[in-house]
Design a protein around this ligand. Sequence first.
Ligand SMILES: [Zn+2]
Length: 676
Amino acid sequence: MTARTRVSLALTLGLTTLGLLAQTAARPGIDPVNLDRSVPPCQDFYQFANGGWLKAHSIPADKARFGGFEEVSERNRAVLKQILEDTSAKTTWAKGSIQQKVGDFYASGLDEQAIEKRGLSPLKPILASIEGLKQTRQLPALLAKLHRQGLPGGFGFFVRQDAKASTQYLGYLNQGGTGLPDRDYYLKHDARTQNIREQYETHVARMFELAGDSKALAQARARVVLDLETRLAEAQWTRVELRNPQKTYNKRTLAQLTTEAPGFDWDGYFKARKARLTDLNLSQPSFFLAFGKLAAEVPAAQWRSYLRWQALNASASLLPKAFVEESFAFQGKVLNGTPEQEPRAKRIEAATDRTLGEALGQLYVQRTFPPEAKKKVLEMVENLRLALRERITHLDWMGAETKAQAIRKLNAFGVKIGYPDKWKTYPFEVRRDDYFGNVRRASTHRIQENLAKLGKPIDRTEWGMTPPTVNAYYSPTMNEIVFPAGILQPPFFDVKADDAVNYGSLGFVIGHEMTHGFDDQGSQFDAEGNLKNWWTEADKKAYASRTDLVVRQYDAYEPLKGEHVNGKLTLGENIADIGGLKIAFAAYQNSLKGKALPAPIDGFTGPQRFFLGAATVWRNHIREAAQSVRLKTDPHSPGRERVNGPLSNLPEFYEAFSCGDGQPMKRDVKVRPTIW
Ligand SMILES: [Zn+2]
């Protein structure tokens, strides 16, 4: 998933996503021109399988990363563009129809003239509310007002499934409040980080200037923003700490919250949010203790500067060109090293997907999603489920009691494929001449819709990704795996390709999501989606000793000089890659039972083609700056490590390519983790 400034749906639903994935080929299956035969497969399989492709492709000027994922995504986006152009060209759609909303939203975003003409005026009422903060005791009501419209500040509050009572919804208070991608950017002192921090301060000042502040005032305010955000960052938990579902589960009554995080009128805040709740989850108690202190101690003038920045930053893409360009100069160029911005039409297309995703998604699946794809994918899912069940039954490190629970959980997995059975509605006005207003009404509705879940039964039809998304996810509280239509197409999944390649690519993807149910986080949730232990003590220990090996393996990878993979941050994804590949291969082997061995194609056997298919899923080029951001923030390992990491642990791979002891792609048995 790409980073978004707002609280993403994936976050509110607590999903574990697949991240980057895909492959392409000029013809079905594996195209030999994509290989690099000068590198032996047992030395660096990623390079062997993808070297030709890597040499033939480079990163377009408007992208931070380019790989198989982006190739598929670009094709989906071309379909969306056509839909949006067709739909927006017509102005006679029935008012309130999905076509009217989608078409007018797109047209409003492209109407740069109207946006220029209005200048900053659409944001003025919000900025005026912020300027109205005269005393810190007014802060709760102001934050509530901003949060109701989806504007950020200080912390986040949203409703999701109660992790320990998955049949109910619960309000979650989450840490937040910072503008840079991670707390590390405020607290570390290496040259790269320091440079980004300095440029961030300059960028904040420039945005203030664009909003009408004098140069001196803008600089003074930018300093205040950096100071306050740094204090918030100091109180934030690290991303590794945030991965611990037990530590982040702290149910409190409103009265307890008031005692535990004094200095901020929580009662007043929730009243102003119109949130009727008796208890909630305090995800990071120490952050909120610190936040309460800041709320009481930091003068109102500093909060005003800080919230003014937050509102400008979150709204930049809706404002005139000068704001859009200044925002890209930092977010795109400085942070990710991307020289050029995507054309505006593409940005508005992406915004339509984010804002009216299931309205646009309906039009998308009408054009692209063939029913036979759904049937075939379901069949593969069941073959993978069978393979994982067999693996669990035969695990040598797990006792019978835990195995029975693991199988119970696996059997209970829900599966969603393609698109939702029930589409979300968008009951707010979309006007052809009001891009800013459209986005604000949409986010106000989204926040309201989320809050309205409190006290209602769980909506099991809901999706955490839109249909054109090239990705997939596992939800621990729903205990389900979900594959949007966007990923279920050639060459990810190609009816014309041989089974070996389909199992290596889409099978790997399915296995990856299934294994998330049993990774270091998922394994703490039971068949009903509750955070509840189902492991014996001995088995838990045996599991931890295996996951420790995974942490150590990935900690050693150094994709950029001096910047390592964080083995603990990426643990869940790495477990899912290692396990997913293993069960996909087992399912492939099962599919061959009772059949004649397929003849080699281009000199590669079935098992070899399986691994070539798997390797192409993760091939990509990425800019150094963007890689550095991801090493700090992305729970997924880089592409090369996502291939060589799992394969070098897998005996089935050594056998397929005759890798011998001591070769880089065959890790020593003593350090080799075999979990699922
Ligand atoms: Zn994943």
